[in-house]
Design a protein. Structure first.
Length: 202
């Protein structure tokens, strides 16, 4: 193949050939080289390490999602009675701390996933969109299991926060190209009285 390309280079003025779209230079090749110097050295992007990285990221995220679903089901939900799928309105519960947790977690998971897809070679916009979808999909594990538990139920409030957190990341990446607004948490230890400590375990 390389010999064929070099032979063609002798009959064609490669300086006049339009650039190859999305070409990736082979390892060790200077991407600034002119076309004649690149004859026989162009590499299909799908044959570069980025293809392997896409499989690694996609496989890892699928495995984490599946493992989380199985792990939560066995470690937590198995101790409570099951029911048919149902909804539960918990907007007024837990002083909105639960909603804040869903928002923050979805934002951070989307940010992590988006960064991984960038590492895998996707363009910024596509990586951000897939990252946001991944964040919502991962957090949906909890709502699906809640929906089949008699103790809780599928919460539209939680899903709203999941989508909002992922959207905050994705929209900033797509339109601002950076995370101007970032969601952070802080923790300050506090000595609760004995009666509140007992209630925290209920």
């Amino acid at each position: 193949m390389s010999g064929t390309l070099h032979a063609l280079a002798g009959r064609v003025d490669l300086d006049t050939v339009p650039p190859v779209k999305n070409w990736v230079p082979a390892k060790g090749i200077d991407p600034a080289l002119k076309a004649p110097d690149l004859a026989g050295q162009l590499v299909d992007p799908d044959l570069t390490p980025y293809r392997r990285r896409k499989w690694i990221v996609g496989g890892t995220e699928a495995a984490v999602w599946t493992g989380t679903f199985i792990g939560l089901n066995q470690a937590w939900y198995a101790d409570y009675p099951r029911s048919s799928f149902h909804f539960f309105n918990d907007w007024a519960e837990w002083q909105q701390m639960d909603k804040g947790g869903h928002f923050w977690t979805s934002y951070q998971l989307s940010r992590l996933s988006g960064g991984l897809w960038k590492w895998a070679g996707l363009k910024d916009k596509k990586a951000a969109i897939i990252g946001g979808v991944t964040g919502v999909a991962y957090m949906s594990v909890i709502e699906i299991l809640d929906g089949f538990s008699s103790e809780w139920g599928f919460s539209m409030g939680d899903m709203t926060m999941n989508i909002s957190g992922a959207s905050l990341f994705t929209l900033q990446e797509v339109f601002l190209k950076k995370q101007t607004v970032q969601i952070k948490l802080s923790y300050v230890p506090f000595g609760y009285p004995p009666d509140l400590k007992q209630r925290s375990n209920d």
